[in-house]
Design a binder for this molecule. Structure first.
Ligand code: NAD
Length: 297
């Protein structure tokens, strides 16, 4: 392997330590404890694992964690009432509704019911608009984590050619907005892109956010490019169990890339760390206090 391994686990630990130090200061100097409420509807096993991890890490950095676990058949009106109560609660600075929601619930309606100032996932239409127009927004956690890794590695990204594979509202589109904000030349590629290999070969920075195991081979990568692998895919392993892989053929691509994130241990840990950073940012903004530097875009 020739590529530098981008250690998302270590970066996430550093970010959590910075958040924790600032949370301590807020408590001592301002008598404030940032609070994060996570709303989970139903019993999706993967969502339960994520929500458990979020709650644990929230407490570990000294914030208050509030979990609202609602039954799978919760009526939309009841979920909206829960969100209204959290919007009005001064102890809560961040609200996250775990997606996907059961199919009888309208995700857009539910997300847009969250107070944008408490929308720590950055999915509310107001935050999407603010980010898209280069204004101060709550920034979605996964792309924010990718941006932090890129800034740590390169310092400035200005002028770099970036290709984002995937155009979801959660990863691809906000990632492209952030890279544009860094003055990259940005291409968003997707399932209908013509000659994807040629498009990706232009890139100094490749962000793979598709959800297809190891679909990006070494032959698509410009030598020395930085490769950020957002994909999380579970595939059968030789021992009859399963293992996690990204959207990039890690073994082959690391022989040609300049730097690469592993899966697991790359983007994943940064996502939750950025959720905590966003909650701290929301708390500072709610109380008119200075935000710690470098915690957002
Ligand atoms: P999504 O399914 O909403 O979007 C996938 C995108 O990939 C679509 O825009 C589609 O156009 C594009 N696509 C599909 N097939 C393609 C192809 N053959 N060529 C090019 N583009 C293609 O997925 P998402 O929510 O953006 O998530 C993408 C991946 O990232 C998933 O594996 C998901 O699990 C992972 N993810 C990881 C984190 C994390 O914290 N690391 C967070 C969110 C998502």
């Amino acid at each position: 392997m020739t590529a530098t391994l981008i250690d998302g686990k270590a970066s996430a630990a550093t970010l959590r330590a910075r958040v924790a130090a600032h949370v301590t200061r807020l408590r001592e100097e301002n008598g404030l404890t940032p609070g994060l409420a996570v709303v989970l509807v139903g019993e999706d096993p993967a969502s339960q694992v994520y929500v458990g991890a979020k709650g644990r890490q929230t407490v570990e950095v000294g914030m208050a964690s509030f979990e609202h676990r609602l039954p799978a058949d919760t009526a939309e009106a009841d979920l909206l009432a829960t969100i209204r109560a959290l919007n009005a609660d001064p102890k809560i600075h961040g609200i996250l509704v775990q997606l996907p929601l059961p199919s009888h619930l309208d995700s857009d309606l539910v997300i847009n019911a969250i107070d944008p100032a408490k929308d720590v996932d950055g999915f509310h239409i107001s935050n999407v608009g603010l980010l898209g127009t280069g204004q101060k927004a709550m920034v979605p956690c996964t792309p924010l984590g990718c941006l932090m890794l890129l800034r740590d590695l390169h310092g400035t990204l200005a002028g770099m050619e970036a290709v984002v594979i995937g155009r979801s509202n959660i990863v691809g589109k906000p990632m492209a907005s952030l890279l544009l904000g860094e003055s990259c030349t940005v291409t968003i590629a997707h399932s209908r892109t013509r000659d994807l290999p040629a498009v990706v070969r232009r890139a100094d920075i490749v962000i793979a956010a598709v959800g297809r195991p190891e679909m990006v081979p070494a032959s698509w990568i410009k030598p020395g490019a930085t490769v950020i692998d957002v994909g999380i895919n579970r595939i059968p392993a030789a021992d009859g169990k399963t293992r996690l892989v990204g959207d990039v053929d890690f073994a082959a691509v690391s022989a040609i890339a300049g730097a690469i994130t592993p899966v697991p241990g790359g983007v994943g840990p940064m996502t939750i760390a950025c959720l905590l950073a966003n909650t701290l940012t929301a708390c500072c903004r709610a109380h008119g206090l200075a935000e710690p530097e470098g915690l957002t875009a």
